[in-house]
Design a protein around this ligand. Structure first.
Ligand code: AMP
Ligand code: AMP
Length: 332
């Protein structure tokens, strides 16, 4: 493998820059009209422009000729879909089998629970709601349309014409959202904590700037459309638990697929005032919050003493796999 390729969105800048830093050539598959960041920031040696994501398949042979390895991220998953990803012939970093578990809410919840993590309670029907809940619609659409309800009437008053959509009713946990960036190396059998972020979400983070009186006057409803991310460090005494949770999900994943979870992943948590982590989601691949650490995080600085983004860490794992002739351990 001599080239690292990814789709132009989400965390592509970081993935491509990290690949360059590790000595790879880089290729960006970009939707027409969205090439400018990849040109301007100088991270892509080659850009393949496509009209629609599906057109990727027309160019697969080019990636194969370049001896490329493809790095997945949420935009690729959201726009191509798991079924099409499963037909990709270009070598792919990560375990494709884990994607269908991640995409199935019940399976994902069972994975987290069986790994021993604390998860928010899930209510099977609106009639069961007995506490503040967040209602989330399916799909990685960045939290658009979510709403809060604390009883059955409140649910029906707000769900309206989306009643037949796929949604989940989850206990609303009051605390601080904290996204943990992990990397598990299958080559060295080691779990690393590369950083943390918190999200900047519209409109909830804007509503917080208004007095309660004004919020009520404007009759506002919260939404969680992610628009950016902030870097974060956590209270140091929480770190042992952070490592423990990451190791538990990796270990349990081996019961779910032959290779299990490896590479970059994230636990999306709420930390409560009594310092409990509630894990409300797992992302089994690089998360965009890692972009806040393109030049490395405080934690990756401790571990590597050089700028080490999650994107660069992925490229380094591919490089080590090539050097050790163990590519099969990192390709799914
Ligand atoms: P986009 O390519 O920006 O449309 O993003 C595709 C999906 O990736 C979105 O639906 C989000 O779920 C996720 N995503 C993109 N950027 C971020 C971010 N900065 N933080 C969290 N999730 C993100
Ligand atoms: P998600 O799309 O699942 O990543 O959720 C989007 C946002 O909703 C998160 O960043 C949190 O701010 C919030 N959120 C999600 N689940 C919960 C929960 N169970 N309790 C409180 N807030 C939540």
């Amino acid at each position: 493998m001599s080239v690292i390729a990814t789709f132009g969105s989400h965390s592509a800048l970081q993935i491509l820059k990290g690949a360059k830093d590790e000595g790879f050539g880089t290729l960006c598959i970009c939707q027409k009209g969205k090439e400018i960041p990849y040109k301007s920031f100088g991270v892509a040696d080659e850009i393949i422009t496509i009209d629609a994501y599906d057109d990727f398949f027309k160019h697969e042979d080019v990636l194969q000729e370049r001896d490329a390895v493809l790095i997945p991220h949420a935009s690729m998953i959201a726009y191509l879909g798991i079924d099409k990803i499963n037909t990709i012939k270009v070598p792919y970093f990560g375990d494709k089998k884990i994607l269908s578990i991640e995409a199935d809410r019940d399976k994902q919840n069972a994975w987290l629970k069986d790994a021993g993590l604390t998860v928010p309670k899930v209510f099977a029907t609106p009639e069961d709601i007995d506490r503040p809940c967040i209602i989330k619609f399916h799909g990685a659409d960045g939290g658009r349309g979510y709403f809060l309800a604390q009883n059955t009437d409140g649910f029906y008053a707000q769900i309206k014409d989306r009643i037949n959509d796929d949604y989940i009713i989850q206990e609303y946990v009051v605390g601080v959202p904290t996204y943990i960036h992990y990397f598990y190396s299958p080559l060295d059998d080691e779990l690393e904590v590369l950083g943390f972020d918190k999200r900047y979400e519209s409109n909830v983070d804007g509503i917080g700037r208004l007095a309660v009186r004004d919020q009520a006057y404007f009759d506002l409803h919260s939404s969680y459309t992610v628009t950016g991310n902030h870097p974060l460090v956590v209270r140091e005494s929480l770190l042992p638990k952070v490592f423990e949770m990451g190791s538990a999900v990796v270990e349990h994943s081996r019961k779910l697929t032959p290779k299990g979870l490896y590479g970059a992943f994230s636990l999306e948590t709420i930390i409560t005032s009594d310092l409990q982590f509630y894990v409300f989601e797992i992302s089994a691949r690089i998360v965009a919050g890692t972009n806040v650490h393109m030049n490395g995080s405080p934690y990756s600085y401790l571990r590597y003493n050089e700028p080490m983004s999650t994107g660069r860490r992925i490229a380094r794992e591919v490089k080590h796999a090539i050097e050790r002739q163990q590519l099969e351990k990192v390709l799914g």
